[in-house]
Design a protein around this ligand. Sequence first.
Ligand SMILES: Nc1ncnc2c1ncn2[C@@H]1O[C@H](COP(=O)(O)OP(=O)(O)OP(=O)(O)O)[C@@H](O)[C@H]1O
Ligand SMILES: [Mg+2]
Length: 410
Amino acid sequence: MPVASTVLADRYELGRQLGRGGMATVYEARDKLLDRAVAVKLLRVDGDATARRRFAAEARAAASLTHPHAVAVYDVSTSEERPYIVMELVRGTTLEHVIDGQGRLSTAQVVAVGSQVLAALHAAHRRGLVHRDVKPANILLPDGVVPSRPDELPGVKLADFGIAKATHEATVGLTMAGQVIGTPRYLSPEQVRGQRATPQSDLYATAVVLYEMLAGHPPFEHDSAVGLALAHREDEPPPLDEIRSGLDRNLVTLVHQALSKDPADRPADAVEMREALLRSQPVASGTHVLPGPDASTQVVPQRDAPPATPAAPGRRSPRLLRWVVVLALLAVLGVLATQVLTQPSAPTAEPTAQAQDPSEGAGQPAGAGDAPAQEAPAVDAQPEGQADPPPPAEAQPTAPPSAEDPQPSE
Ligand SMILES: Nc1ncnc2c1ncn2[C@@H]1O[C@H](COP(=O)(O)OP(=O)(O)OP(=O)(O)O)[C@@H](O)[C@H]1O
Ligand SMILES: [Mg+2]
């Protein structure tokens, strides 16, 4: 076991232990070459050559992922046959620690954490990288702060991308027919069935985390790992709104949908799930969730969403024209009505003639004064004028948000 003085590859000087998981120990360390603080995760499980190769391959894939809400992987190597990963050091705590300490989180925090996790997952999925181990212990919180806005930075950092597969499956055998190793609190039904994890499995695990943040406990709990795994495969989660009142209905529906046993019944992808989550955000004082300082925190549409329908050219013009005419006529009739009312003895005027040449009307004797009755036909004569609403916003179709990928730093 390495001690404080251990230096890996004559480069990474290990310091204090940051944490310890099922297979690895994580140390704070100093990269002497680049003179920066890093975290080093050193596997305790040796594994065979194949396992090490797979581990290295997965770590390389994880290293290709750069995202504000993913822990950056800097390097991967082996020391005395034991693989290790050098990654971004996150000083703070984990979501697991926060939930253990305080139980439920506010809805705003749940939406913020969930949307940031899903943004990172989206970036991974589009690279063909499945996380496979989304859980509160892998959601790191810099400075121990739980974000309460989706655009809040630094926000959360999702750790261990893709690495779980390389380690668990290669060296331990995470799921074999009927056999489950590890804590299957976040294990998708298909993984329990021994099938490969897919992006849909990550969505399921994210839903378990969302459920846990809202309820203060996960949807399924069991004394034995096998019982827990079977619950994921067979049981319906207790309805969230029976556990916590006052939750947004859409939020409850989304979490339960993403907990569907059949992957096909879950949201189509991380983007869709993130959008739905952001829509369930309780909106304060008529404001909307704003795009964050980096594009990754924007509300992103489905990637295969239909293109925005462009504004039909000229569609707005006839309606606008009609209203200009109507308003002009109303103005003219208003002038006429004023004249009639202020000259009660004048004879009935020819409104149109007066309107065309006001100077003539000024010297005309006043008519009998039933001008209002004569104004009506003039207004009615405008085609469809009264049927249309005023022209402003309604006539300008709002383009859906950009379908661009939300990950700026990839
Ligand atoms: N990049 C990091 N920066 C700072 N601390 C970290 C980092 N990565 C992990 N840790 C800490 O080390 C602990 C152990 O991490 P590790 O990934 O080995 O185990 P785990 O995720 O808790 O469980 P499992 O072994 O099932 O994956 C984490 O809970 C966290 O407290
Ligand atoms: Mg971890």
